[in-house]
Design a protein around this ligand. Structure first.
Ligand SMILES: [Zn+2]
Length: 115
């Protein structure tokens, strides 16, 4: 679980509300990424370009909301693992996120590819 205390206080609050909303629906989620340093962002940017692996981001250090503590990445957890292929479960978590966003009147959901 990423350290929520390094997020902007409002985003931290949003993250906690998301976790609560999921809990209400019997879903367990983990925040996989929160604040990311510019150095960590540059490492990610290099992946698939100057380093092996698939391209996972189009943002260099300083260009991601993560670099300012304004973004979180999250996923459902079942028996301690993230079931990456369980699309239906991910959709349920997205719905919980949308409900949380409606309550707070702010939300931007992205696939992660752009950040
Ligand atoms: Zn992200």
């Amino acid at each position: 679980m990423a350290d929520l205390n390094k997020l902007h206080p409002y985003v931290k609050q949003l993250s906690e509300k998301l976790i609560d909303q999921c809990k209400k629906q019997g879903l367990k989620v983990i925040i996989t990424q929160a604040l990311r340093t510019n150095e960590e962002q540059n490492e990610l940017y290099a992946q698939g370009r100057t380093k092996p692996g698939n391209i996972v981001t189009n943002a260099k250090g300083g260009q991601s909301m993560h670099n300012y503590g304004l973004a979180i990445d999250f996923a459902p957890v079942v028996n301690g693992n993230i079931p990456w292929n369980d699309i239906a479960l991910f959709k349920l978590v997205l719905t919980a996120m949308a409900v949380t966003g409606q309550v707070l009147k702010i939300i931007r959901i992205c696939s992660g590819q752009e950040d």
